[in-house]
Design a protein around this ligand. Structure first.
Ligand code: LLP
Length: 426
């Protein structure tokens, strides 16, 4: 839940607005985003790492308002497609504070990044170096980082562990590819190699893997200096900081991260007689995840012979694919109605046409939960709407920002008309 969320009677207030009230006004399923929580999380990063560049990872969720909030809070932006890039720049995000990622950026995406003047492009493959070498010119030189594979395994699921060999991102340090990439970039007159990048994985609860990454990458920076006489000025450690999804789960300690990582970089640099580089981090989930709440209406309740209770709601895997994709665990709470009934174990499922459409496999809900009830799922701000799909033509839910007791719609509900507009074959 957002830090300032609180129970008020049968409702939960987020940003000073009751969730049941929002459901009545905007209908369900509905996503709610607490602006103050997003901004405070940005500020916590700036406080913990005053010298570092904090680039919000747009893939967690991006829309115009969010781009504006993180820009105002002094963060940079990590984008991984031409779409995210265009949206950000169109909304006035300064291109020089944008970092472009991707293992397979298209030639068009690279061209528009160079044309728009993005701060850094994180180079991820040899073909990309060749493409960039043509695009960058004396008038439009391009700063780049090289993404390397540090050989560190971290993250909540195999699908998000990008710090190891045998996955598609980055240049291997062990095979010599990373050294080769550095050498090739340095031969290009209009590419300026400013540093190294790595991203370990996502939903990482502890700091140790990041310290290991510092220990692995600073010696590589020293090797670049020794071999080419080039002193790299930036070290980008990616994102991945965990958030709690259910009561009792640990939150990533941003303050301690700032202290320990800064010290580790200083120590390694002293050891290798390197000037301390600018540190960059790219948190996505930890900035926006806890600021979001998903709201659903219960449509049916069913009891199986073996004693399971299925509580089916009006959303599901089309707005939150994470449980189906990664086995992610969530909680849910009844809002909008006071219940004296004892808690009973229930499985919250979605409305989609497959049995794997489970939102919360097991949660205690009042035993009298019934159609018409509202369920709120916290920690819904990251990788829900950004990964939402058109499955079953249900339509993606709207997003409502709340702040100081007021609500405003950031994104409208996807309608059948939206689907029809793309269906042009008849
Ligand atoms: N930087 C890079 C290069 C990344 O690839 C990512 C995430 C981030 C930063 C931000 O990571 P975060 O701080 O949000 O963990 N859909 C998955 C997560 C995929 C993350 C992909 N890359 C999920 O829902 O768990």
């Amino acid at each position: 839940w957002p830090a300032a969320a609180r129970r008020q009677g049968e409702d939960i207030l987020v940003g000073g607005v009751g969730l049941a009230q929002l459901a009545a006004r905007f209908a369900t399923p509905l996503y709610v985003l607490d602006e103050a929580e997003v901004r405070e999380r940005c500020r916590a990063y700036r406080r913990a790492l005053p010298q570092a560049e904090v680039a919000y990872a747009a893939k967690a969720f991006l829309c115009g308002a969010v781009a504006e909030w993180v820009e105002q809070e002094g963060l940079g932006l990590d984008v991984c497609s031409g779409g995210e890039l265009e949206l950000a720049v169109t909304c006035g995000f300064p291109p020089e504070r944008i970092i472009l990622h991707g293992n397979a950026k298209s030639p068009e995406e690279l061209a528009s990044a160079v044309r728009l003047g993005v701060g850094r492009i994180v180079v991820d493959s040899f073909p990309e170096i060749a493409r960039l070498a043509v695009l960058a010119t004396a008038d439009r030189p391009q700063e780049v980082l090289v993404r390397v594979v540090p050989g560190i395994s971290a993250g909540h699921h195999a699908s998000v562990r990008t710090g190891v060999e045998e996955q598609k991102f980055g240049f291997s340090l062990d095979s010599g590819d990373a050294a080769d990439a550095v050498a090739r970039i340095l031969r290009q007159p209009h590419l300026r190699l400013v540093g190294l990048h790595c991203h370990l994985g996502s939903q990482i609860p502890d700091i140790a893997p990041y310290l290991a990454a510092v220990d692995r990458l600073v010696p590589v920076m020293a090797a670049v200096r020794d071999r080419h006489g080039v002193v790299l000025e930036e070290l980008d450690l990616g994102g991945g900081h965990a958030v709690p999804y259910r009561a009792g789960e640990p939150a990533f300690n941003v303050e301690e991260f700032g202290t320990l990582v800064t010290a580790a970089v200083a120590r390694q640099c002293a050891r290798h007689r390197l000037p301390v580089p600018r540190l960059t981090i790219e948190p996505g989930r930890a900035v926006i995840g806890p600021a979001g709440v998903a709201l659903y209406r219960v449509l049916t309740v069913k009891h199986t012979p073996s004693g399971l209770t299925f509580v089916a709601v009006d959303g599901g895997m089309s707005d939150n694919p994470r449980p189906a994709l990664y086995g992610s665990r969530y909680t849910a709470a009844l809002v909008g109605r006071e219940s004296e009934a004892p808690l009973a174990e229930a499985r919250v499922v979605g409305r989609h046409c497959e049995a794997g459409d489970v939102l919360v496999p097991s949660v205690g809900l009042p035993a009298d939960v019934r159609p018409g009830d509202l369920l709120a799922v916290p920690a819904a701000g990251a990788y829900h709407l950004s990964m939402a799909s058109g499955y079953n033509m249900v339509g993606r839910p709207p997003l409502i920002a709340v702040r100081d007791g007021a609500a405003r719609m950031l994104m409208r509900r996807e309608t059948l008309d939206d689907f029809r507009r793309r269906d042009i074959g008849r």
